[in-house]
Design a protein around this ligand. Structure first.
Ligand code: WT7
Length: 658
């Protein structure tokens, strides 16, 4: 347990004892009140598998019903509803056509203020056309398609079109570099890339097509075709025979496409995420189980109803954008808002203006965004009519009570429930969060597990930690439908990473947590070498390998330090080949290394601090003392025993004192 790392969070949340009850207004209209929630918990406790089976029958449309809910014969490779057949895009589109065909599915606004919308009928037609287009390019069920798009409705259309024909999508966040894109294409063995000429962000053009061209020039030889949406209209290279314009492909296609009926376990998508080694993991999700989780949590946690306008600000390149932009809300027939651009263009009021102009009722964002907007002051939200909002959500990292209170007071006008949702790329959907009409909230706590989710906090030997406020490993004791199925191409790593620690008995989340006397969960942070920078996971080893790929770098060690807005910042200790750079040379090289990391991984991985030293603090056996580096990065007094170091004198230099 890396207690040093989570110390600060523990301090700020341990002193937190405010409790906020749901308002009578909210409870009166809520889908679930305390009694209904209790009934769900009781049903799940009595028969966990039957509980999910009933919900899967009720909530999803099946072409062939399943007869067995859970197959544990090959645990921990669990299979849910395995002999049933369905199609995710049918669940998200076709089943709404008769009752909600003319209802708006997607409202969209671009950074420059351009708007469009799609009704369910229109979205269905676009998805069918693209699905036919993909088929015309030879894409078949099971083929991998990489989507590297800006936050425009076409990104969701692309995901849904893949789902319609059973192709497995792998969305790569548009902020990732050409090198990251290439690695992901190669790992997935993708045949096709869907991209755009560019995207808009902060007044600039994000050069997506250029990154695709660079990735394909450097490798990624499995790619046969590139489909490119015209978004910015600026000039980009077009490679005859390989590249196709989205609009030209679509123009020739019929607006109906029979869905591919796939088995429940058929992979819907891969999504790469950072782990404790340098190589990102392709998290593989199923079709039916995944969709069940995304669908139900929209109802349970967001209280989603037909008249809502749901805005999840996450990019579709992250799991949040999969479950709460592309799939969950559409499966429920809801209206979503998508916005392409920065939250501060033209000023810090943009999110609140969007909420006002689009009548947003449910708003779901990350603590880092809340902190950034909070810093810019109350005057921005005060300029807009936020009266349609009825529920606020938070995701991605522990929300500090200060940010929670600002969200509550300034955006929620002290009335709206805040749902702090704990989950992961691997869990597929929200796991621990308040049900807003039933569970009182406490600032900084994600409260209690949802029905059917058997979360626990255990000690080193796997025994439940019974004592209130004592820390341990966050685990899930029973399988759940939206859980990851494996790591693409590396099932051994799947078992090792998530199950082996406690004899394959529980899913190990990689977070530390404690429970208070009311049984509320408080997440303290990662126990592995994974940082959480602005709500995004980043492996320290990933950044280290990017750094050592630079010709001047001999060795690097990366740790996190607290950051007011980002949550965690990247701090890199770098050992150069040759003499240690100082002064202007050090400044120049630091800049070069930052750009180098952005090029290798993406701008989110750029180190905030780079410190050059002659050596790293190593024990006589050659192990780097990371805890010491963390203390130094935090500017804390060194309390660790440095006598076991081979080179104790290096500590002052690492601390910037010599
Ligand atoms: C890690 C998962 C799916 C959410 C988006 C990030 C941290 C996430 C919370 C929360 C405290 C949280 C955990 C988790 N995390 N939500 N509400 N409170 N910590 O997904 O990139 O897979 O990261 O984010 O450390 O393990 P991800």
């Amino acid at each position: 347990m890396s207690s040093a790392k989570s110390h600060e969070t523990i301090q700020s949340v341990l002193s937190e004892n405010r409790v906020f009850d749901p308002t009578a207004d909210f409870v009166a209209r809520a889908r679930l009140d305390a009694a209904k929630l209790d009934a769900l918990h009781a049903a799940a406790a009595k028969d966990p598998v039957g509980f999910w089976a009933d919900l899967a029958k009720k909530e999803l449309a099946w072409q062939t019903p399943f007869t067995e809910a859970l197959d544990e014969s090959n645990a921990p490779n669990y299979r849910w509803f395995a002999d049933g057949k369905t199609n995710v895009s049918v669940n998200c589109l076709d089943r709404h056509l008769a009752t909600r065909g003319d209802k708006i599915a997607i409202r969209f606004e671009g950074e420059k203020g351009d708007t469009r919308h799609y009704t369910y009928k229109q979205l269905y037609a676009e998805v069918c056309k693209l699905a036919n287009g993909l088929k015309s390019l030879g894409i078949r069920a099971g083929d991998r398609v990489v989507i590297y798009m800006p936050m425009v409705p076409e990104a969701v259309i692309a995901m849904q079109a893949c789902a319609r024909i059973g192709a497995v999508h792998s969305v790569v966040f548009g902020g990732f570099s050409a090198t990251s894109l290439k690695d992901r294409i190669e790992d997935a063995g993708a045949r096709l890339v869907i991209t755009a000429d560019g995207g808009h962000r902060g007044g600039n053009i994000v050069e997506l097509k250029k990154a695709v061209d660079d990735a394909l020039a450097a490798g990624a030889k499995t790619i046969e075709k590139v489909v490119m949406l015209k978004r910015t209209g600026h000039e980009v290279p077009f490679i005859e025979g390989r590249d196709l314009w989205w609009h030209e492909l679509m123009a020739q296609q019929a607006d109906r496409c029979d869905p591919a009926w796939v088995e429940a376990e058929h992979p819907l998508f891969l999504l790469y995420t950072s782990g404790s080694t340098g190589k990102p993991k392709g998290i593989q999700h199923s079709s039916a189980g995944y969709l069940l989780g995304a669908t139900l949590t929209c109802q349970w946690v967001f209280d989603l109803r037909d008249d809502d306008v749901f805005w999840c600000t996450a990019d579709v390149g992250w799991i949040t954008g999969h479950s709460y932009v592309a799939y969950g809300p559409l499966s429920n027939g809801a209206t979503i808002l998508m916005y392409e651009g920065a939250p501060t263009v033209p000023d810090a009021g943009r999110f609140w203006k969007l909420c006002q102009d689009h009548g947003v009722t449910i708003f779901y964002t990350a603590p880092t965004a809340i902190r950034a907007l909070m810093k810019l002051g109350d005057s921005f939200p005060a300029q807009y009519d936020l009266s349609k909002l009825r529920l606020l959500g938070s995701v991605g990292e522990p929300i500090n009570p200060e940010a929670w209170m600002w969200y509550h007071r300034v955006i929620g006008k002290e009335k709206l429930p805040i749902v702090d949702t704990w989950w992961q790329t691997e869990t597929g959907s929200i796991m621990i969060a308040p049900v807003p009409g039933a569970v009182p909230t406490k600032p900084g706590s994600c409260t209690k597990p949802l029905p059917g989710i058997f979360a626990d906090v255990v000690d080193e030997s796997g025994e439940p930690v019974k004592e209130a406020n004592a820390g341990g490993y966050l685990v899930i004791r029973k399988p759940w439908p939206s859980m990851l199925r494996t790591i693409w191409g590396d099932n051994e790593r799947y078992i090792k990473t998530y199950w082996a620690q406690f004899g394959n008995k529980y899913y190990v989340a990689g977070d530390s947590a404690h429970r208070d006397a009311d049984g509320y969960f408080w997440i303290m942070g990662r126990v592995d070498d994974v940082l959480n920078v602005s709500g995004h996971r980043l492996g320290t080893m990933e950044v280290e390998s990017a750094l050592v790929a630079h010709p001047r770098v001999a060795e690097a060690a990366v740790v996190g330090r607290p950051h007011e807005v980002k949550g965690e910042a990247v701090f890199a200790f770098v050992i150069c080949k040759g003499a240690r750079p100082t002064g202007a040379e050090a400044e120049q090289l630091a800049k070069e290394l930052r750009d180098h990391v952005a090029k290798q991984i993406g701008a989110i991985a750029k180190p905030d601090d780079i410190r050059f030293a002659d050596n790293l603090p190593k024990t006589r056996s050659g192990k780097i003392m990371r805890r010491l580096l963390r203390s130094i990065a935090r500017g804390e007094a060194i309390t660790q025993d440095t006598s076991t170091l081979e080179n104790p004198a290096i500590v002052d230099q690492l601390a910037g004192k010599a």
